[in-house]
Each structure stands twice: as C-alpha cells, then as structure tokens.
Design a protein around this ligand. Structure first.
Ligand code: SF4
Length: 383
C-alpha cells in the first residue's frame, strides 16, 4: 500500500481518506519521512527552515466556555481572573517590539463583557503605535464571541477588524475538527462545533485574511477523527487558499479536567507520524510547522525531516500551556542553532512567511546530507 501511495504522491495525485488512515495507523514511522519530504520539497524546494520572532500575549483569562482540556480560563468569580485594558496590552506589545518581535499572537478567553470596540482598539492601536508588528490576533471562537456579543454577523465583525488593520488570524480553537470529539471535550457543546470554526476561517479567507490551521491531538480522538480534520482543512483550502500553515501540538494534561479521562500524554512518535501524514495529506498547504515548543527541541528537529519546513515562533511570553504545567523557553540564537544542527539554513520570516533574513548555512550537511543534494537559493547562507 505504501508504494502505491508513494507513486500517487510522486505523480502529484491526492491521497484518499482511506490512504490517509493507512498512513496514520499502519505504515512504519520511518517509511513516512521520505514521502513527506517529497511533498515538502515540492512546496519548499530549498533546504531552508523558517522561523518567526513572535510572542504570545493574553488580554483576558475570563471565559465562559469551560473547555475540559484548558488550564488557562477563569470564571468571573475567580480571584485570579484578569482583563487587561488596551493600554496594558500596548505596554506588553511595546516590550515585545523592543525584543525584536515582528508577530504578536494575542488571544484570550471568551469574555462576554467585552464589546467589539475593545478588540478593534487593540488592533488599531497596535498598528498605529507599532507598525513593524503584525497583529496575529483572536482565534475563531473569539471571533464567534464578538459576533454573539455585538449582534453582528461574522462577516461584519471580520470587516470591522480588517478596517482596524488586521489581516491575519491564528488557527486556535479547532482542537480536533470532529463534532464527535468536540462533544466529548466541551461542556457547552453544541457551541463550538466544527462548522463554527470553519465558518470563521472561510469568511476570513473570503475577505482576504490569511490564517493558520491547527490541531491539538492526543486526548479522546480516534485516527478517523484526525483524518476527518485534515480532510476538512484540505477542502477549505481548495476554496480560497487562505491558510498559510498547519500546526499541530499534543494535549497537555496538568491542571485540566480532561486529565481524569486521558491517562498519558502523546509522545514524540505520534507527533512525527502526524507531521508526516499532514504534509502528505495537505497537498495544498504551503507550510507545515514543527514545534520545538510543545514537543521539545529534539522532536522539533526530527520533525524537519518528517515534512515540516518551519520551526514556529520564539513565543517569548507564552502562558496558556504554562498553566497546564508545560514550561519551555528559547531565544533566537537557540532556534537558529537548532535549525542549523538539523542540517538546514535558518531564515527569519514574517507572519505571511516572507523571508526577512537568512542565517548562515550549517557547517556540515546534516543528517542524510540533505544540503548537499538540494540547491540553496539566492541569499540563503548570507548573514
Ligand atoms: S480553550 Fe479557550 S475557549 Fe476553551 S476554556 Fe480555554 S480560554 Fe476558554
């Protein structure tokens, strides 16, 4: 079956759901890597791995969704709840700019007391005061909340955010795009259905936004749910080609209600398998992101040989996964050296994956001599 799939991939043909399931459930892990690298090299032929200097900020932890996998949210009665003013968020954005950050990922809980104007001000003031920073703000559930609180349609909300200066939206809130799974992990289902996430991204793409697609796996999903998720993304991408990248990470148990039903966290093997299967299945996605952050640096490096071409962000102020007991920090220097150590040329990018700066190529050719076999493009290797 694998050789049949490889032949299809070489011919540029799409794999079916059944073939995706075979790759996920039955193929040998190491056999997936060369097929994934084939698709990777089609989209990104140079041995360059990109990264973004970014930070994750939060404006409120008040949320009325109570997701069982979440350790971040607080209710309106919790003493450690917070909602930052626009000025307080701007202070954090200014500090990020001083650190060289070019992308700010800003997310919060679904806070029913925040009006649409608050979100518009966050975007507008970021743009006005810090034009070098791209506001990569508000995932799909937050946009849904804005529509619910304001009484406007999704389209009208997105148009207002766009008018304020936003053109990029993060993919959070998808978890696993299967209503069967969402029913099991959300206390408020049918709020937060697959269609709700899809509607936001479809409408955003129609209006010219670029967005990312994510997956948080390793809890109550089955392989069929993962393939359904990838299939939904692939179909949606066929419509407007608004996704820049796919990013997956595993569920972290600590301090979450769901931990009583999930005995252990997924390790590196499922991460790498999913990385390769996503690269093969999502044949219309330009980028697949490896995560030094959620799975550890070494797994992130290996993922660069399982189809990923991007090393994610520096995530200077991440706190959501920290609440779930997961603490990981890095620097630009460390990211650059991890990419070089894995055998690739590091390049800093912006939110839209445009290259801002190349770093020197690694001294050696890296595992498998990949640099020796791939042509390095103009500018690559220059400091
Ligand atoms: S994951 Fe998001 S929507 Fe769900 S409880 Fe946490 S903050 Fe709220």
């Amino acid at each position: 079956m694998l050789s049949q799939i490889r032949t299809k991939v070489e011919a540029g043909q799409r794999v079916t759901k059944e073939e995706g399931l075979y790759l996920l459930k039955e193929a040998h892990l190491l056999d997936l890597a060369p097929v994934a690298q084939l698709v990777r090299s089609r989209h990104n032929p140079e041995p360059v791995v990109t990264f973004v200097v970014d930070t994750n900020l939060n404006y409120t932890n008040v949320c009325d969704a109570y997701c069982t996998f979440c350790a971040f949210y607080r209710t309106e009665r919790d003493p450690d709840r917070y909602t930052h003013t626009v000025e307080q968020v701007m202070e954090q954005v200014a500090r990020a700019e001083g650190q060289g950050v070019t992308t700010v990922l800003l997310q919060g809980g679904l806070n029913p007391s925040l009006p649409l104007e608050y979100y518009e001000d966050l975007v507008r003031e970021t743009r006005r005061r810090h034009p070098s920073i791209t506001p990569h703000f508000f995932s799909a559930p937050e946009v849904q909340k804005m529509a619910q609180v304001s009484g406007l349609s999704l389209r009208e909300v997105l148009q207002r955010l766009k008018a304020a200066g936003q053109y990029s939206i993060p993919g959070g809130g998808s978890e696993v795009l299967s209503d069967r799974v969402k029913h099991r992990i959300s206390r408020l289902f049918p709020k937060g259905r697959v269609a709700d996430w899809v509607d936001v991204h479809r409408e955003a793409h129609r209006l010219g936004f670029k967005t990312t697609a994510t997956m948080m796996y390793g809890h109550l999903e089955e392989p069929e749910d993962i393939i359904a998720h990838l299939d939904t993304l692939r179909s949606l991408q066929d419509e407007h080609h608004g996704f820049t990248a796919f990013i997956h990470w595993s569920y972290k148990r600590e301090n979450t209600a769901l931990a009583t039903r999930v005995k252990e966290e997924a390790g590196p093997n499922p991460y790498l398998r999913l990385c390769a299967v996503a690269r093969i299945y999502l044949d219309n996605f330009p980028h697949i992101q490896a995560s030094w952050f959620s799975e550890g640096a070494k797994t992130g490096q290996v993922a660069l040989h399982f189809g990923a071409d991007d090393f994610g962000g520096t995530l200077f102020d991440e706190t959501v996964m920290q609440e779930a007991g997961w603490y990981n920090r890095t620097t630009v220097e460390e990211v650059v050296s991890l990419i070089q150590e894995a055998g690739f040329v590091p390049a800093q990018r912006n939110t839209l994956y445009e290259i801002l700066r190349y770093y020197p190529a690694p001294a050696t050719t890296g595992p498998g001599g990949r640099l020796g076999t791939w042509a390095v493009g103009a500018g690559a290797g220059a400091a």
